[in-house]
Design a protein around this ligand. Structure first.
Ligand code: MG
Length: 247
């Protein structure tokens, strides 16, 4: 590009570019998301695939590929207990996933029995959804925990009934045969606060199991959990994670 940058500066160590290199490609342009309020869901960024915009569950299927049993009302969908988890029809790998959820305003149960659901990446790695506003439970099962592995850095819960946001940045494990060549890394921002920063997972998450890796594909569905509680979801979108120089 003429007129900007330099061609007589030193090379940046480890890179193919000079400092302030005028020929270095520009990142692509993305229109940022409109932020949600409690009253109204925001809009996705321009490069996102919309998974749920409040109108229908066309991007989702229920248990064993059956129709989604959850109800869609106003701009959200709500778990219908015993209808089962739902999952995206499409598979996703490394991604930025935005999810908004609300625990039932009618507070019932305690510990893991209060407003429990979950967001699973690849259908294997659960970021816990739970009402932990004034509700003690085991730390690695708290809201936004990487379930059974890592508690969130802070408890950033809003009150039950209020909309909460997760922005999840997920990089899948890769395997060479049985060997892990790169583990899974997860970053989670809950309600604008970092709760996991590039956390190295110990394997897929589980209940009462020591985590361990077994080879899995680098892509899979996004799964939302029916744990029997009336948790709501809205404004779900996903962006493929690409490096600047992959575009
Ligand atoms: Mg759960």
């Amino acid at each position: 590009m003429a007129g900007i940058g330099y061609d007589d500066t030193p090379m940046i160590p480890g890179q193919d570019w000079r400092v302030h290199d005028g020929k270095r490609p520009q990142p692509r342009i993305v229109t940022p998301p409109a932020v949600s309020t409690q009253e109204k869901a925001g809009c996705p960024p321009s490069d996102a695939a919309v998974l749920f915009d409040g109108t229908d569950t066309a991007k989702w299927v229920g248990r064993d590929g059956s129709a989604v049993g959850w109800k869609v009302k106003n701009d959200y969908m709500e778990v219908v207990p015993k209808t089962g988890n739902i999952q995206t029809i499409d598979a996703f790998g490394d991604c930025h996933l935005h999810v908004e959820w609300a625990a039932p305003v009618d507070v019932k149960g305690e510990s893991q029995g209060r407003g429990n659901s979950g967001v699973f990446l690849l259908g294997l790695y659960e970021i816990q959804v739970l009402d932990c506003y004034d509700n003690p439970t085991y730390a690695d099962g708290l809201t936004a925990s990487i379930y059974g592995q890592f508690p969130p850095l802070v408890n950033a819960c809003r009150k039950p009934g209020e909309w909460q946001t997760y922005d999840i940045y997920f990089y899948s494990a890769h395997f060479d045969g049985d060997k892990v060549v790169k583990p899974t890394y997860i970053t989670v921002i809950q309600n604008g606060l970092p709760v996991h920063i590039h956390k190295e997972c110990l394997g897929p998450t589980g209940h009462r199991n020591a985590p361990a890796y077994k080879p899995h594909a680098p892509t899979g569905p996004i799964v939302l959990q029916d744990h029997g509680d009336l948790v709501r979801y809205r404004n779900i979108w996903i962006r493929k994670m690409t490096d600047y120089d992959e575009q």
